[in-house]
Design a protein around this ligand. Structure first.
Ligand code: ADP
Ligand code: MG
Length: 259
């Protein structure tokens, strides 16, 4: 009998279901993300991509299945031999180990760029202000925005705002970064600067799940691509195979239509 065990994945989603009323937005989704892996999630509008990353980030509760971060069950704790749902404060503690980047940036408009990045490290993670600032400046340097530290979000382009949002997410040292269509609300000429920042993070070894419509980006940056339709994972394969030999007619049609 084999006792071989693979390493524990950073993120594991097992049989997750999520309903909105009668509608199954996620209908038994499995997903495994290894350390330093980049997984792109593709699929038509309404297929459940946002719901999946929102469930992983515990912005939505799930109706069935389970999710693990570094082997630790999300949303529950052991109590007298049973599992019980975590209290909100403990859910927040788990959420802090993940970073999320939204389509709409979600920066605080009345704070400077610098404060947008340092606020959570200082008030939530207990990092000393000077250290948080030093790290924020380092991250702004990395995303090419060191000169915007004292600007307010409205003074920045959409692409610059999204780069700040990414720096903010990275500042918390997340175990995994989740992106929900990070370039979909940008003017076409601003898309590449944001994709480049995500690509640099991939090269640096950040573990990421990226919901995206950017096929060329998925193909060149992702290790694996996942195709969703109607709340299900239809294909989950290494990026090259995904694009070169799609198995399902649905993915074939999707790639032809979107390309
Ligand atoms: P995608 O991101 O792939 O476009 P979503 O995850 O946003 O898809 O949505 C999946 C399905 O769940 C869609 O049918 C959508 O209308 C539905 N849905 C998503 N969020 C909600 C919500 N808060 N209330 C009701 N239905 C929702
Ligand atoms: Mg979506």
């Amino acid at each position: 009998m084999s006792v071989e065990r693979t390493t524990v994945p950073v993120l594991e989603v097992v049989g997750v279901e999520k309903r909105f009323g009668e509608h199954a937005a996620l209908d038994g989704v499995d997903l495994r993300v290894e350390d330093s892996e980049v997984v792109a999630v593709l699929g038509p509008s309404g297929s459940g991509k946002s719901t999946l990353v929102r469930c992983i980030d515990q912005l939505e509760s799930i109706d069935a299945g389970s999710m693990y971060l570094d082997g630790q069950l999300l949303g529950y704790e052991a109590h007298r031999g049973h599992l019980r749902p975590l209290r909100d404060v403990d859910v927040q503690r788990q959420r802090r180990r993940m970073g999320m980047v939204f389509q709409q940036f979600n920066l605080f408009p009345h704070w400077t760029v610098l404060r947008n990045i340092t606020e959570a490290p200082v008030t939530v993670h207990g990092v000393a202000p000077a250290e948080a600032k030093r790290r924020a400046m380092e991250l702004l340097e990395r995303v090419g925005l060191a000169d915007k530290a004292h600007a307010h979000p409205r003074q920045l382009s959409g692409g610059q705002q999204q780069r700040v949002a990414i720096a903010r997410a990275v500042a918390a040292n997340p175990r995994v970064l989740l992106f929900d269509e990070p370039t979909s609300s940008l003017d076409p000429e601003l898309v590449d600067e944001v994709l480049q920042v995500i690509k640099d993070l991939a090269v640096s070894g950040m573990t990421m799940v990226v919901v995206t419509h950017e096929l060329a980006f998925a193909r060149s940056v992702a290790d694996r691509c996942v195709f969703m339709a109607e709340g299900k994972v239809i294909e989950d394969r290494p990026a090259r195979e995904f694009f070169e030999s799609p198995q399902s007619t649905r993915l074939q049609a999707f790639l032809t239509r979107t390309a």
